[in-house]
Design a binder for this molecule. Structure first.
Ligand SMILES: *[C@@H]1O[C@H](CO)[C@@H](O)[C@H](O)[C@H]1NC(C)=O
Length: 158
């Protein structure tokens, strides 16, 4: 008993200490929306999509080669997702990316909002494990009634 415990400790220690050096995993949080006005940004008519699939990809800064791809995850009832990333991605360029939408009439990713950059390194002095990504969106097939009026109002406020 004591012996197997000792063995366990001896085997587990190196694993634990390398995990310690790398720091806690990062937790990335963001939302996925349906752009119901097809305007490229969130408005008060925007809805959030439960069950949308996203993942994180990191590429080499110079070659753009894919170096890391997280497991996918899906958004909860409020359209919010969480993705855990183990390990420091150093100077790689990392994005959360849209994978799919469960809505048949809102499943074409907005090319301007289909990814959001996330910083997954502590070499820049970041201390928090929780990082927020900008929201990403799919276009509704047809803009909702009232969007013209809403967009006119928004433009007047600029
Ligand atoms: C997926 O999301 C759930 C709930 O938000 C979270 O508990 C889980 O750790 C996530 N999975 C991954 C692989 O990030």
């Amino acid at each position: 008993m004591a012996r197997s415990l000792l063995l366990f400790v001896l085997c587990a220690l190196p694993v634990l200490s390398s995990a310690w050096r790398k720091g806690n995993p990062f937790l990335i949080k963001g939302r996925v929306y349906c752009d119901t006005c097809r305007c490229g940004f969130e408005t008060r008519k925007t809805t959030y999509i439960p069950g949308a699939r996203v993942r994180i990809e990191c590429r080499d800064r110079t070659s753009a080669e894919l170096k890391y791809r997280s497991a996918g995850n899906v958004t909860d009832g409020s359209g919010t997702y969480h993705i855990v990333v183990e390990g420091d991605q150093e100077d790689r360029i990392c994005h959360t990316v849209l994978v799919s939408s469960p809505l048949h009439d809102c499943k074409v990713a907005d090319p301007g909002r289909n990814r959001a950059q996330v910083i997954l390194t502590r070499s820049n002095g970041a201390v928090s494990d929780l990082h927020f990504a900008n929201a990403m969106g799919f276009f509704k097939d047809k803009a909702l009634p009232g969007c013209d009026k809403l967009l006119k109002e928004l433009l007047q406020d600029v």
